[in-house]
Design a protein around this ligand. Sequence first.
Ligand code: GLY
Length: 589
Amino acid sequence: MEWNKHPLAVLLAASLLSPLAQAKDPQTGQSTDQVAPEASTGLSQQQLITGSEWMIATANPYASQAGAEILKQGGNAIDAMVATQLVLGLTEPQSSGIGGGAFLVYWDAEQEKLTTFDGRETAPLAVTPRLFQASDGTPLAFYDAVVGGRSVGTPGTVKLMWHTHQKLGKLAWRELFQPAIKLAKNGFTVSPRLAKLIDQDRERLQRWSSTRAYFFHEDGKPLQAGETLTNPAYADTLRRIAEHGASAFYQGDIAKDIVDTVRNAEGNPGVLSVMDLATYRVKERKPICAPYRQYQVCGMGPPSSGALTLGQILGMLSHYPLDKMGPEDVHSWRLLGDASRLAFADRGQYMADSDYVPMPTQGLLAQDYLEQRATLLKGDKALASVAPGQPAWTHAMRYAPDESLELPSTSHFSIVDRDRNVVSITTTIENGFGSRLMVRGFLLNNELTDFSFRSHADGQPIANRIEPGKRPRSSMAPTIVMKDNQPLLAIGSPGGSQIIGYVAKTLVGHLDWDLDLQQAINLPNMNNRFGAFELEQGTGAEQWAPKLEQLGFEIKVKDLNSGVQAIRIDGKRLSGAADPRREGEVLAQ
Ligand code: GLY
C-alpha cells in the first residue's frame, strides 16, 4: 500500500492539522489552560485497538503485517518476533536491524515464567580504553566517533532471534524469513519518516558508497516518500540465514564482509574481528522486577539501565498519591521529573554491564533506600541539587560520574499470541542509521558510542567505560507489567535515554490516572533526566513551562519523539496502542 493512502498516514496528516483541544475542568466543565490528556499531542485520532486472539504493535505497518501473517499461520509470539524484526530492518532501517542488538522480555505462558534475553552488542576483543579518544586523551566529537567502523560492536540481533527461536519457536525458521525476503525483492514504499530522516542525514549517509547507492539516486537526490525501494542484497543475506541458521551470519562470507567493512572504513576504521562474531553469545538473564502499587514492573537488567532506573522512579513515586493528584496537578509532574533526576544520578554513577563491573543492583531497588530517596521529594519546589545516593553495597563506591551520550534512536514492539505468550522487545542499531556503514543490504550499528568516551575522571574509573567483550550500557526498557503473577502490559519505547521517561509517563498515565493505553501514550512527553525539564514541542506540555519554572525548574522545549507500542491483556480481551508520533500500527484478531 502506498504510504500516502495508508490509514495511519491519513490520520497523522489530519491530526497535524487539528488544533489542540482545550481541557475542561471535570467539575465545572470550564476550559482550563492545563494539559488535556486526550488532545495533548494533537495526534489523538490514533485509536485504541482491541482483539481477543492475538495482537501485535510495531513502529511500522509492514512489520506489523509480517508479524500478523505469522500469527495467523499459527506461529507463536517468538516466531512473529523474528518475522517482524526482519521486516523492520528493511522498512525502518534507520532504527534497528540484523546489524544491531536487542533486548527481549518474554513471558512463557505454559511455564508461567518471565525471562529476559540479552542480545546486546559487545565491544570487540581488540578495543582499548582509548578507542574514543584523540591522541591527547580528549574525547572525540560524537559524530566523529559514530560514523565509520570505530563504533561498530558485534551484532547480537541474529543470535537473539536464532537462540530464542531454537528454544521457544513453533514454525520452521526459514518460513519466518519469507515476508521480509519477498518485500526486499518486490520492494516497499518509502515512508515519510524514512524519507525525512534520509534527507536530514544526507551528509553522513553519503560518506560511504554502498550506503549512498542505497539511499540516494544516481544524481544525489535522496529517496522520496512514496517511492518503491527494493533491496536484493538484503534478500540474499536473509536467504542464507534462513537456510543455514545464525552461523551463516556469524561465520563465513557474511561475517568476513562485516569485518572487512568495519576495518576498511576509510578515515575511521574499527577493530571488529571474525573472532568477535564467531564467539558472540546471547545471555538469558533474570528479569529485574520492581513493585509499583499492586503491580510488578519487570524488565531488562544490566547491561541495560532501563528496568533499574524505571523501577527507581516508580519506587519513589509509590510514596505519593499520584492517582489522587492526577495529570492536571503540576506537582504530579514535579514528582515525576525529580524522581527521574534522582534515578538518573544513580544511573550515571553505578549502572553498566554488571558482568564487568560490580553494581549495587539489589541496593538500588531496596525499599528502604527508595523510601529514603523519596523523602527528598517532599517539598513543593524543584530539587535544588541532585546527587547519586548510597544504596546498600559491599563494594567501595568509587566510580566517577558517567559521561555517555545517548541520542534518540531505536524501535520497540510488543506481541501477544493465542497462547498468551508475551514478547516485549526493544531493538536498535543505536543512532539513526547506526554507523552509516552498509554491508550486504543492512546497516551496521554504532552501539559502542553508548560507552563513556572517557574511561576515568578525577582518577576514578567510570563504570560504563569500554572494555573488550563488555556490553555498552543501554537505556532500553522493554517491560512486562505483572499483576497477580500474570502479565498485564507489554510496553517499551525508542528514544535513547529518554526511553525511561517515556515509559514511566505512560505507565503512570495508564495505571494511576486511568487513561487507556492510547490516551496515556498521547499524553505529552515531559522528561527530566539531568536537571532541565524537557517539554514536548508543539503539545500541551508547553503550557506547563511557566508553572514548572515557578517551582524552580529550568525548561527546555524540544522534540520528544517517543515510539511507545503497548498491549494490555485482560483475560480474553486484548487492547493495544501505537505512538502517533511515529508510523506504528496495531493489528489484532
Ligand atoms: N542505543 C540505545 C540504547 O541502548 O539505549
